[in-house]
Design a binder for this molecule. Structure first.
Ligand code: NAD
Ligand code: DAU
Length: 351
């Protein structure tokens, strides 16, 4: 059956892995990638599939409601998988409004466009909103976020994502829009923009630059390989129940400092350095404002109801990721000039 699926944010980190998966796995689907190409969007991420007959790129900004309506009317998608967002917590601390515009207003524009297009026939339609575990707040040393955990967002980023989750549920309850939401833990893997911890550290280590670890490095994150997230999205999009939420996590908790030490070992090996050499670059810097202590996801609902499992051990995933960045220096070099250089100086000089 021919199906048209609109994926927003498909030129970004997770979006590009999802677009590739869908284009390869569903040759009968028409996959539309809607992205405005901010600093985080990069069509290089999709060079290998750009000529495929079931793939179309549409440049468009989700903050423009009229434009969204026009695109929905022209392309008539039956499904939407919404990933477009401002995604970096540190940037949300210095420019919160950008996050409200894209993550909240942008999401409402898409909900309105989907409602307008589908209102006479909801059959076979689905609006899938991709969210984050950060909406649940911060954990102490024990416990996990479940789908029932109350929302308690604490950064402008997580508050904007929580707000967009509420909007999606409101459109479901008020207008019957068929929706599904998932909340995932920290992703890592190829094509992640080097503002995020793992690719930032890889980039700094290869240039023998200091690795900035916030505070004492004791904050805990639950890491999941990006392709495992993309597989979960595919499963939930096709088999998730209308109106439900699914948590996605790696069951793979690391303090930042342990993770960076592990990464240094992998980098020493990959760069033929003496064991312990990269670790000398670790430097503790001023903490992130309002830094959430610990995130940990209980993904038993997704595992039990839909049979999802993460496929990679963390060590394997980290080695694959390091190899990708070292094999794709051109990609990395092309994204660390210009805007990134200014961002890095503002964020880390004198920290
Ligand atoms: P990313 O920053 O790498 O990519 C975001 C993409 O959205 C970019 O291609 C960008 O150009 C596009 N975009 C931004 N503003 C837009 C606009 N106004 N109109 C159209 N496109 C726009 O983000 P990511 O890390 O791939 O995250 C994707 C989604 O997954 C986000 O919604 C994020 O909240 C969520 N998420 C991310 C993680 C993670 O660890 N990275 C974990 C859980 C959930
Ligand atoms: O949990 C899911 C979220 O994970 C996603 O919703 C976000 O889009 C994604 O950016 C990520 O948020 P984090 O803030 O956890 O990721 P980040 O890579 O920015 O930071 C990971 C941890 O490392 C965090 O505790 C802060 C710390 N850190 C980060 C950077 C960039 C450092 O110690 N030094 C750094 O330079």
């Amino acid at each position: 059956m021919k199906k048209t699926i609109l994926i927003t944010g498909g030129a970004g980190f997770i979006g590009s892995h999802l677009v590739r998966l869908m284009v390869n796995k569903y040759p009968d689907y028409k996959i539309l990638n809607l992205d405005t190409l901010t600093y985080a969007g990069n069509l290089e991420n999709l060079r290998d599939i750009e000529g495929r007959p079931n793939y179309t790129f549409i440049k468009g900004d989700i903050t423009d409601g009229a434009e969204m309506l026009r695109i929905f009317r022209e392309h008539r998608p039956e499904g939407v998988i919404h990933l477009a967002a401002e995604s970096h917590v540190d940037r949300s601390i210095s420019d919160p409004l950008a996050f409200i515009r894209t993550n909240v207003i942008g999401t409402v524009n898409l909900l309105n466009a989907a409602r307008e297009l589908w209102k006479d026939n909801w059959e076979g339609k689905r609006f899938y909103h991709i969210s984050t575990d950060e909406v649940y707040g911060s954990l102490g040393t024990t416990g996990y976020f479940t789908e029932e955990t109350s929302y308690d967002p604490r950064s402008p980023y997580s508050a904007s994502k929580a707000s967009s989750d509420h909007m999606v549920r409101a459109w479901h309850h008020t207008y019957n829009l068929p929706v599904v939401i998932s909340n995932c833990s920290n992703n890592y893997g190829p094509n992640q923009f080097p503002e995020k911890l793992i690719p930032l550290a890889i980039n700094n280590i290869r240039h023998n630059k200091l690795i900035p670890v916030y505070g004492k490095g004791e904050n805990v994150r639950d890491w999941l390989y990006v392709e495992d997230h993309a597989n979960a999205i595919d499963l939930i999009f096709h088999q998730g129940k209308n109106g439900e939420t699914y948590n996605i996590g790696g069951n793979n908790e690391w303090t930042n400092i342990d993770l960076i030490r592990k990464l240094c070992q992998v980098m020493d090996k990959a760069l033929n350095r003496k064991p312990g050499e990269s670790e000398k670059l670790i430097t503790f810097v001023k903490d992130r404002a309002g830094h959430d202590k610990r995130y940990a996801i209980d993904s038993s609902k997704l595992m039990n109801e839909l049979g999802w499992r993460p496929s990679l051990q963390f060590e394997q995933g980290l080695e694959k990721t390091v190899k990708w960045y070292l094999d794709n220096e051109e990609w990395l070099n092309s994204v660390i000039t210009g805007e990134y250089a200014n961002y890095y100086a503002q964020q880390y000089d004198n920290r």
